[in-house]
Design a protein around this ligand. Sequence first.
Ligand code: GAL
Length: 379
Amino acid sequence: FVPGEIWPDTDGVHINAHGGGILYHEGVYYWFGQHMVEGRAGNRAQVGISVYSSSDLYNWEDEGIALPVSLEPGSEIEKGCIMERPKVIYNEKTGKFVMWFHLELKGEGYRSARTAVAVSDTPTGPYTYLRSERPNAGQWPLNVRVENKDFESVTKAIEAEAAQPFSGGLNIRTVQYNLLGAHFEGGQMSRDMTLFKDDCGTAYHIYASEHNATLHISELTDDYLAHSGRYVRIFEHRWMEAPAVFKREGRYYLLASGCTGWEPNAARAAVADSIFGPWLELENPCIGINPANGLGPEKTFGGQSTYVLPVEGLDDVYIAMFDVWDPGNAINGRYLWLPIDFSDQGGVGNERGFAIPWMDEWNLEDFEREHAARLNEAP
Ligand code: GAL
């Protein structure tokens, strides 16, 4: 892997799967992501969600468009809408591949804050679009506070939203209103997102909600096609985006970013013994400098997290996947794939659950061997 460089697929074309996620199924990895085109218009969905396949994680074959945009005016996924951060999981009970993604309706900017679901009988699709929604309408989170149910504060928040739109970025106004309550009836906002499938088969949708200020972790139904109504709020008013969740030795980890649009910021990390928390925030896992842009931990090497992939058949090898966005020329977005180091827990009093050291170039086999040696030496 050569993080940050052009990454040609097996046809020699730079891989076009941004904000992506990976599904491993019957010996093959499938990489789903946003298909982007040249220029600023490339940030909106002009083509759809792309999919690539690989058996070794280095060589990727273009499998085409898994979910195309619709050319029908008024369709929820009409060309020109925004489809971001697609993730696919396989449902053993139904035999279906289920894709969720962040959807913004055409011409609405980022105001829709919806999540959408599509389904297929095969991993590469084409996926059938089902519907979009703001999840968990009429459901309070498991860790709801009494104040959130207060009728007066709900009314105030609804009025404040009607009077003046809220910013999706860090600001004091979002903190002052009961937005969870305001969205109780219509469903919670859902933007940056990931999916996590636990060992027992239960799957979760993790998304930036409440104008991006607070993450929600929501259980999906058994068929993964809907939200079960069981969810929690985590990291209230920490403005975490770009969530990626993974599990190691029975513990759940979160890798995420702050909220500064396409501009990079410092990565966030957290750990929990149960998916519904309590979650403990850890320190920034990034270490080192990306020599291509001179950016280090404060800017996540110029990247933003999108997924963490546990590598099949290797011991304790997890790949942290980041996008380096190029909003002026979206198709030129790059990928940073870096291995996670669990031997570097930081010093005493240093809450670092894992580290992501910069690497100019690396491969799975060498990393596995060296990491195993480091874990053995670790105190
Ligand atoms: C980022 C987010 C991206 C995209 C972008 C648009 O914060 O992580 O997925 O939505 O904002 O500005």
